[in-house]
Design a protein around this ligand. Structure first.
Ligand code: NJP
Length: 237
């Protein structure tokens, strides 16, 4: 209660629900999205009675904008306890049909965005000798799928990044973990949330609950990774 979280990609889908669940835990929020629908997300939280929320329109791929997010959150709240790197994009195509621009875009958001967020918040967390950085990765970081080479590669990358960072910042009391969901019913990859054909997929609440659990672990406990997938999704490992 009274702690401060930054949630990226909170305009819709998983990030929006993470913001709501963290607000219900009594956290103060800075929510981030690249489109102006991030302001609508903040408005909805306020309508539900959660007034400690600021919306920041920023693109996680751009260093100056990410730095501004951290500055604005610190100006408003004086501390940051939790960064949730949730913003992400994906597409599913064969390698020879993937353009270099598409490859770059998915790496820029899913990998560079995570790096920039962590880099920007770490000086503050190191100074306070506490903090948690959670990245929404994917179960594809644990195996491989056809037609998902670019997306899969980004999630393996953030897995490696997070594991390495966790060891680097351990001495400062900072915890770093990933949440690796299977198929979740959202707007991801140009889909729609709530489609009948996705009724048995994970719900945004499932991922948000995992974030709350990981973020609220007692200080003697470290959760490195939570892997979860719909029962109907056959796990190939
Ligand atoms: O997707 P979606 P999800 N800068 O499309 C934002 C992972 N995941 O909730 O920029 C800042 O509904 C965008 O907002 P806006 C996935 O890889 C998913 O499913 O305003 N924000 C929106 O709020 C990703 O890491 C599944 O348009 C940017 C949000 O990101 C995370 O879950 C499975 C941005 C995307 O909402 C959330 O994805 C899995 C930028 N440059 C992992 N670009 C799944 N859904 O099945 C995008 O294993 N956003």
């Amino acid at each position: 209660k009274g702690q401060v979280a930054i949630v990226t990609g909170a305009s819709r889908g998983i990030g929006k629900e993470i913001a709501l669940k963290l607000a219900k835990q009594g956290m103060k929020l800075a929510i981030v999205g690249s489109s102006n629908s991030i302001f609508q997300s903040a408005e909805e939280l306020k309508q539900k009675g959660y007034n400690d929320v600021i919306a920041i329109q920023a693109d996680v791929t751009l260093e100056d904008q990410v730095n501004t997010v951290i500055e604005k959150a610190l100006n408003e709240y004086k501390q940051i306890d939790l960064l949730v790197n949730n913003a992400g994009v994906g597409f599913f195509k064969k390698v020879e049909e993937t353009t270099l621009d598409e490859w770059r875009k998915v790496f820029d958001v899913n990998v560079q965005g995570v790096f920039l967020g962590a880099k920007a918040v770490l000086p503050h967390m190191k100074e306070r000798k506490s903090g948690t950085i959670i990245t929404i990765s994917s179960d594809v970081a644990r195996y491989t799928i056809p037609n998902g080479s670019a997306y899969t590669a980004t999630k393996y990358a953030v897995q490696g990044f997070s594991g390495s960072l966790a060891q680097e910042v351990r001495e400062f009391g900072i915890r770093v973990g990933t949440i690796n969901p299977g198929m979740v019913d959202t707007y991801f990859a140009e889909s729609q949330q709530g489609l009948e054909e996705k009724k048995d997929w994970l719900k945004v609440e499932d991922i948000a609950n995992a974030v709350v659990y990981m973020a609220s672990a007692p200080s003697h406990m470290m959760i490195d990774e939570i892997v979860l997938h719909p029962f109907v999704q056959n796990y190939p490992i």
